[in-house]
Design a protein around this ligand. Sequence first.
Ligand code: SF4
Ligand code: SF4
Length: 229
Amino acid sequence: MIGYFKNIWVGFYSLLAGMAVTIRYFVRPIVTVQYPREKLKMSPRYRGHIELIIDPETKTHRCIACEMCARICPSQLITVEGIKVGKKKLPTKHYIQFQYCSLCGLCIESCPTDALKWSDEYRMAGFSRESCEVDLLARLQQQQRLLGYPPTPIPEPVPEEAAAEAEKAATEEKPEAKAKAPAKKAAKKEEPATEAPKEKTEKEKAPPAEEPEEEAPKEEAPATEVKDE
Ligand code: SF4
Ligand code: SF4
């Protein structure tokens, strides 16, 4: 009989304990995330893939396409290409193959302009390895649009053929210029020799033109003398 009432009490107590937990969490803020409609807020120390920082003053990136990050990466997974626009060098390509990243942080530390940081991106699921490749310039434009900033235009890369032709032209011009330089020097040396005889011939021509003028009055003088007589 005692055991019967004891079982009833234990059952009732466990019911109350369970309800207490339910009531306690019922009044607390909701922690459930409606994934994928909602995005988690990651910890500041979270390391996603790298991304370009948006400078609050210029509202664009600070990358100068120096390729330091690409060179120091132990997995050689960063690709950077750039061209000169005025005095600045700007990136035309900047992407990473995140599937090989070891999150070592060397690229961020070595960047001379502090242009890189860790992103808070964690939704990197895909059906192939290539889907993990991230175009940092395209991502930058995406974030700029979200912040209401004008997206940074990506400069057009110079076509390889045009670049090769420009290099050829530059290399061809140099030897021509070198060849012209001694020719010019030689011409300068020859110039005084050729001009000198010209001056002499003019001088030579000049005296015969004056001689008849001087002789003329000599012939006229006797004529006047005859009239006086
Ligand atoms: S974190 Fe390390 S492995 Fe990843 S891209 Fe940067 S340098 Fe390369
Ligand atoms: S991100 Fe930094 S290290 Fe990499 S190319 Fe740009 S300026 Fe150089």
